[in-house]
Design a protein around this ligand. Sequence first.
Ligand SMILES: *[C@@H]1O[C@H](CO)[C@@H](O)[C@H](O)[C@H]1NC(C)=O
Ligand SMILES: *[C@@H]1O[C@H](CO)[C@@H](O)[C@H](O)[C@H]1NC(C)=O
Ligand SMILES: *[C@@H]1O[C@H](CO)[C@@H](O)[C@H](O)[C@H]1NC(C)=O
Ligand SMILES: *[C@@H]1O[C@H](CO)[C@@H](O)[C@H](O)[C@H]1NC(C)=O
Length: 601
Amino acid sequence: MNLRTLFFSYVAATTSVPCVISSQVCCCPAPCKMKLLASFLSLACLLFRSAAAAPAPAWQFVEKGLSGIVGLEAIVVSPTLVVMFDRAANDFLHTPDGKVAWGSLWNLETNEATPLKLITDSFCASGSILSNGTLVSVGGNIPNVQYVNQTGALDGRMGLRLFGPCLDPNGVGEGCTVFEDLDTLQLAETRWYTSTLRIFDGSLMVVGGTHESTPFYNTDPVNSFEFFPKKDGGVPRPSDFLVRSGQVNLFPRMFALPDGTVFMLANNQTIIYDVETNTETPLPDLPNGQRVSNPFDGTATLLPLSPPLYEAEILVCGGSTKSDTTPVEELSAQDPATDQCARITLTPAGIAKGWVVEHMPQGRMMPEMIHLPNGQIVIINGGLTGYAAAGSIGVTFGNSNAANPIGTPVLYTPSAAIGSRFSQEGLPTTDIARMYHSTVTLTPQGNLLLAGSNPNGNTTFIPPGQPGFSSELRVQTLDPPFMQMARPTLTNVPSKIAFNEKFTIDIDIPAGLSTSSIQVALMDLGFSTHAFHSSSRLVFMDFVLSSDKRSLTITSPPNNRVYPPGPAYIFVTVGDSTSVGAHVMVGSGANPPVPDQGVPL
Ligand SMILES: *[C@@H]1O[C@H](CO)[C@@H](O)[C@H](O)[C@H]1NC(C)=O
Ligand SMILES: *[C@@H]1O[C@H](CO)[C@@H](O)[C@H](O)[C@H]1NC(C)=O
Ligand SMILES: *[C@@H]1O[C@H](CO)[C@@H](O)[C@H](O)[C@H]1NC(C)=O
Ligand SMILES: *[C@@H]1O[C@H](CO)[C@@H](O)[C@H](O)[C@H]1NC(C)=O
C-alpha cells in the first residue's frame, strides 16, 4: 500500500459521520465519494433537525476538512486567512514547481489549504507580527536529508521568513507569499525551538533555543536574546536566566508587560526583563516543582488587562513536576502530568505574595490557553501523561513521548473566586487527539481553530489499534454557543486606531441580548506552537453606548506598552453573545522600531 492509499484509507477509517459537510481535499475519487456521502448525510441531518425542536446553543466541535500539511505552527494573518507551517518532509501539498510544501494558507471561509513556497525549513520555528503588519517566522531546523530531493529546503535555523500584510481575502497576490533573503535576513545565532514576542516598539524579541537538533533536553542551548529588526548592531545579549533554567528551557514562555518590560518563564525560573536597560530581575520560582517549558510543556498566559490600571497577572498551567535532570531512560509516556496552575500578580504586593496555586480538573501535558473575547480562557489540547518531543524517552507510546489525550477542554474564569474558576460543564469531547505538534488559535469569527498533532519523525499514519498517534490533518473548530445565536454586528470600524484615542463604531444589537453587560476587547490572536500562544493578548477598552444603543464610543489603550503596536481584532460581547472580530491596525502601522505613542500609564 503506498502512502497516499494509506492516507485515504486512514481518512475513511477516522472520519466520523458528521451533521456537517467537511470539505475534503477533492483530488481523487475516494474522498469525492466521501464528500458526496457526507453532503447527503448532512442534508438528511438538516431535514431531521428542522423537524425536531431547535437545540439550545451549546459548545461544539466541528470538523472542517484537511490541512494538507501538519499544522504544527498556526497564526491568523487576516480576517480570512491562517498561515500554518510544518517541517520540510513528506506533507501532501505541493508548490507549483512540484516540490513538497511545508507551509500553507488555510482559508477560514472555504476551509481549504493552499501551499506556500518557503526556502528554508520552518520546523519548530516561532513567530509574530510586526508593528507594520508583516508576519515574521523565526528560526527553524536543518532539513532532514531523506527529504531534501523532494522539498529543496535549506537550513532554517537562522531563518527570518516574512509574510504579508496580505489584503486579498483569498490570499492571492501582493503580500500573500513568503519572502526570504538568505543574504540580508538572518538571525545572529542558529536557533531551533526559540520563542518570539512583539514588544513595545513593534519589533520582535527572540529568546533562547538550541543550536543543533536535540532529541529531548536542551543540550546545546542558545543562552541569549536578539531582536528583529536588530538592536545593539545585531550582537545577541547573554542571559543568566536562560543559563539558570538549564536543559528544560526550550520555547521559553514570555509576555510583553504593560510598562514595556517582558515577563519570562523557562523551566521553573521566572524573571522580568527590562529591554531598555538590559537587566533581569528574578521573580519567585514556580512552586511545588512545576516546570513548564519544553520538553516538560505546560503553558502560560497573560490574563486580560483592564483599565484603568492594566495590572498584569500571569497564569501558568500543567507541565511536569519531574526533576529536570531525570535521565531520559527513566521517563515514561505514562508519567502523570501536573494539574497545577500557578498565578501571580506583577505588582510589588503581588510579587511579595508570590504564586497562588490552583488545580485543573486533570493534569495536562502540552495544553494551550486561548483568550475568549469575554475574558474567559479555554485550556485545550494535550494529554494526561508523558512529555513533549517524540521517540526519545525510556517508555514511549508508539513513537509518542506522551499518551492519554484529553478530548474535553476546560473553561477558566479569571474573575471568579478561587476554587470555582475551572469548569468542564457543557464542554464537548473530541476523539481527535491533539498531542505533540498541535495548534489552536482564536479566529476572527470568534471560534477556536484546531490543527496538527504529530509525535512522529515525518507525516505518517498509524493504523487504528497500533500504539502512537497518526499525523493529524483534520482541522476542527471549537464553536462557542454564540456561534448558534444572534450576534452583535459591528460596522464602520476604522481600519487604524491611535493610542489614547476615542473612536466611534456602529453596532447592531439583536433583540434579547442584555445590554447591561457589554465588553469591548482588543485582541492579538497570537502565534501557536508547542503548547504556547506567543504575543496573544486581550486588552479591555472603556466605552460609552449611545442612548439609541446603535453606536459605541471606545477609548483605545493609553499607549504602545499596554498594547504593542500592530494588528488587532475588536470583539464586542453583549450578554452571552460575541460579535465577529473587526480587524484594526493599532498605532501608526510604521516599520519597527516605532517611538513611544499615546500617554504614559
Ligand atoms: C537525491 O537525488 C540525487 C540525484 O538524483 C541522488 O543521488 C540521491 O541519492 C538522492 N537522495 C535521496 C535521499 O534520495
Ligand atoms: C527550581 O529548579 C531548580 C533545579 O532546576 C531547583 O534547584 C529549585 O529548587 C527549584 N525551585 C523550587 C521552588 O522548587
Ligand atoms: C517515516 O518515518 C518512518 C520511520 O520513523 C519510516 O519508516 C517511513 O518510511 C517514513 N515515511 C516516509 C514516507 O518517508
Ligand atoms: C515591515 O518591517 C520589516 C522590518 O523593517 C520589513 O522588513 C518589512 O519589509 C516591512 N513590511 C512592509 C510591508 O513594509
